[in-house]
Design a protein around this ligand. Sequence first.
Ligand code: GTP
Ligand code: ZN
Length: 355
Amino acid sequence: MALEEDKHSLLGTVVAVQANYYQVKLAETLLLCTRRALLKKIGQKVMVGDRVEVVEPDWAGGRGAIANVLPRKTELNRPPIANAEQILLVFALEEPTLDPHQLSRFLIKAESTSLDVCLCLNKSDLLGSEQLEEWRSRLQQWGYEPIFISVEANIAIEAVSQQLQDKITVVAGPSGVGKSSLINQLIPTVNLRVSAVSGKLGRGRHTTRHVELFDLPTGGLLADTPGFNQPDLDCTPEELVNYFPEARQRLAVASCQFSNCLHRDEPNCAVRGDWERYEHYLDFLAEAIARTDALNQQADPESSHKLKTKRGKSQYEPKLETKKYRRTSRRTQQQQLQQLYEDTEDNEENTTSTS
Ligand SMILES: Nc1nc2c(ncn2[C@@H]2O[C@H](COP(=O)(O)OP(=O)(O)OP(=O)(O)O)[C@@H](O)[C@H]2O)c(=O)[nH]1
Ligand SMILES: [Zn+2]
């Protein structure tokens, strides 16, 4: 049920969701809204980032009701966010030392969302200019143009600001790389907790059970995500290659002999070669295959995976997703909410184990 953005309706953006309440931002005003019963009835969920039509505004009381949700441009599952345009992936060059395998894992995860990926490398104050240039050309080979920043030395924060202007951006990255420090710098009023060098103390900022969008002073919204060190890869072995820009490039100019090539040892493969991350590709491929096999064995009737038989060989496959459909959700909305809670718990575990 598409709703036109007509000028008579009151439109806002959901900036926080908690239980059955939605905080909706309309121009400079925040209204605490409920969801109209009809939306509930038709199973229309409301996510952070959603553009919504608000009715019955009570400006004095700061209340309202959501009557409609505009069609989403994008939709993320973990964290649950609608209409995000890009992922700002933050890593540190040192403390902790940049690990290409871990960085690739995050990049693959980010690429699989179909959102734009912006790579931001913090703590550039800890490296010399030669080392920085080495990293730059290395990452360019991977297909990325990193922004080197230092929150502590106030280097290139302006470039990040520009990159975020007027967009919904999701910040991601492992623990300890300086995400909180960066967000505090970008939004001075936000006051996120920065971990002490000695490690995390008790319950941190990610123990809250909701995702929130923060207002950027330059326009735009920022979503912070839990700092987790090992995102799960949930792509199929066939999809994986699309999440390596440098491999995509090879496939843009040549084709493999076999349409179902996994680019391992198949004859006349256009992808296999001496590019730096090819070894990583093989590692992640093995992981994706193991995961598919495990799913296969579970044979869970409730799962979104289908058992398919191809040329006499049974395979457990997720619903077919071409690149065009990558952004559509793979799970039901109900599961997404559960995941949000799991995310929080995962992170609580990580927080204790990394301190
Ligand atoms: N040398 C240096 N240290 C920095 C810089 N930015 C942040 N740090 C330090 O890095 C540590 C971690 O910073 P945080 O902002 O808490 O990192 P985080 O990514 O939010 O970590 P989580 O909350 O675990 O996700 C703190 O001790 C910061 O002072 C920088 O540019 N250079
Ligand atoms: Zn191939």
